[in-house]
Ligand binder design. Structure first.
Ligand code: GLU
Length: 450
């Protein structure tokens, strides 16, 4: 057994049942093998043995009272994975599927993603199995306050800086920040993704989606291609999907499909972005409502998807942007995409493709941008928000967007030069994992055994 296989085996034995965490570690660790062969220093310093173990895991009870007066109990998590490069940084996810394995996979990925941005941010993630769907605004507020009544003592502008993720947007950040401020008597940059009215950064809302399209643009430019006039498919219809669609329009592309957990829409003339924003950002409605306003669009509910498949990936397109959630694209979906002419996949979500699908994209040498590189624009812009908060200034939309575009270009350069250094110039999975790992690992060696 190789060193890497032994470590993966150890993780399976000591953290049983955490499938997503095992999947994420397997993908990263295998692609680090060429680095370990070339540079024994990383194994000697047991960098990986240390990195797979979170520095601190906070698991807590969240008790709150719903609108009918009933007591509700949820699980709360904050997993502080690595503070080597800066304060723990990463979002909070509120979704019924949340468990330790999910938060650990997200936190582990976040270490490398944050390292790739070139900024001083460590990796962490948190959340709850609370389901915001169908809850009243008052219930959301009560839950956020109850969640913060424990989390506030663990976070701070120079220790741990949470942000949003699935189920956590501007509204939730507002309620959590309000409670944090009341309990600590501090007004600082402890959260990112704040409202523009009280400390948020311009372009943070747009950043993950915009960044993901910038990453695709960089990958395609390197092949002498562009997104102009190309049919694109974007899964999801949350923050990442909406601003991916917006940037695709800026690039002259034609985004024709998107989805939510209940179904997908196909609008051959191009998605009506204003309608989508109104449905999702204002009305908090289901996507099925879209076809009531756009008669030529087609809605397909998930109940009509072929078994084990995500039907959005069978729509012929030039570029695909998986922007919904983990494991939403499997090997069969990947094959179907490529069979129908897809040349580019840029991941807005975290780990949306299964490891088999990832291997297939890499083998086929398409322009494939793994999430930890392609969706790093969100967290990078969070760091720009922290920088503005710390220096008590605010930059214009254009300034932030220009910095974001430059950061995405830098990430692409570092990923592609690293891939070339290890003899696999089109393998951006290897490039992203090695480049991200190396930055953290070198810093860990300098900081000693802690
Ligand atoms: N949840 C986002 C991510 O997966 C953003 C994290 C942040 O801004 O801290 O990277």
């Amino acid at each position: 057994m190789t060193y890497i296989d032994e470590l993966l085996d150890y993780l399976k034995r000591t953290s049983p049942g955490q499938e997503e965490f095992h999947q994420a570690t397997e993908e990263v660790l295998h692609s680090l093998e060429p680095l370990f062969e070339k540079y024994p220093i990383y194994k000697e310093n047991k960098i990986l043995d240390r990195l797979v173990e979170p520095e601190r895991q906070i698991l807590f009870r969240v008790a709150w009272v719903d609108d009918s007066g009933e007591i509700q109990v949820n699980k709360g998590y904050r997993i502080e994975f690595s503070s080597t490069l800066g304060p723990y940084k990463g979002g909070l996810r509120f979704h019924p599927s949340v468990n330790t394995g999910i938060i650990k996979f997200l936190g582990f990925e976040q270490i490398f993603k944050n390292a790739l941005t070139g900024l001083q941010i460590g990796g962490g993630k948190g959340g709850s199995d609370f389901d915001p769907k169908g809850k009243s605004d008052r219930e959301i507020m009560k839950f956020c306050q109850a969640f913060m009544s424990e989390l506030y003592r663990h976070i701070g502008a120079t220790t741990d800086v949470p942000a949003g993720d699935i189920g956590v947007g501007g509204r939730e950040i507002g309620y959590m920040f309000g409670m944090y401020k009341k309990l600590t008597n501090r007004y600082d940059g402890t959260f990112t993704g704040k409202s523009l009215k009280w400390g948020g950064s311009l372009a943070r809302t747009e950043a993950t989606g915009y960044g993901c399209v910038y990453f695709a643009k960089n990958m395609l430019e390197a092949k002498g291609e562009t997104l102009k006039d190309k049919r694109c498919v974007v899964s999801g219809s949350g923050n990442v999907a909406i601003y991916t669609i917006e940037k695709l329009y800026h690039m002259g592309a034609l985004p024709i499909a998107c989805s939510d957990s209940a179904g997908m829409i196909l609008d051959e003339e191009g998605i009506d972005l204003n309608l989508l924003k109104d449905l999702k950002e204002n009305q908090r409605a289901r996507l099925s409502e879209y076809v009531k306003y756009r008669k030529n669009a087609k809605y397909t509910p998930v109940t009509e998807y072929p078994k084990g498949r995500n039907a959005i990936w069978s729509i012929p397109c030039y570029a695909a942007f998986p922007s919904a959630t983990q494991n939403e694209l499997n090997l069969e979906d990947a094959k179907e995409l490529l069979k129908n002419g897809c040349k580019c996949v840029s991941e807005g979500a975290n780990m949306p493709s299964t490891n088999e699908a990832v291997d297939y994209f890499v083998e086929q040498k398409i322009a494939y941008g793994p999430g930890k590189a392609a969706n790093a624009g969100g967290v990078a812009t969070s760091q720009l928000e922290m920088a503005q908060n710390a220096s008590m200034v605010s930059w214009t939309f254009e300034e932030v967007d220009a910095k974001l575009e430059q950061i995405m270009r830098n990430i692409f350069e570092s990923v592609s030069t690293t891939a070339a250094e290890f003899g696999q110039p089109t393998n951006f999975v290897l490039g992203a994992n090695i480049a991200g790992f190396r930055r953290v690992a070198d810093a860990m060696i300098e900081q000693g055994i802690v």
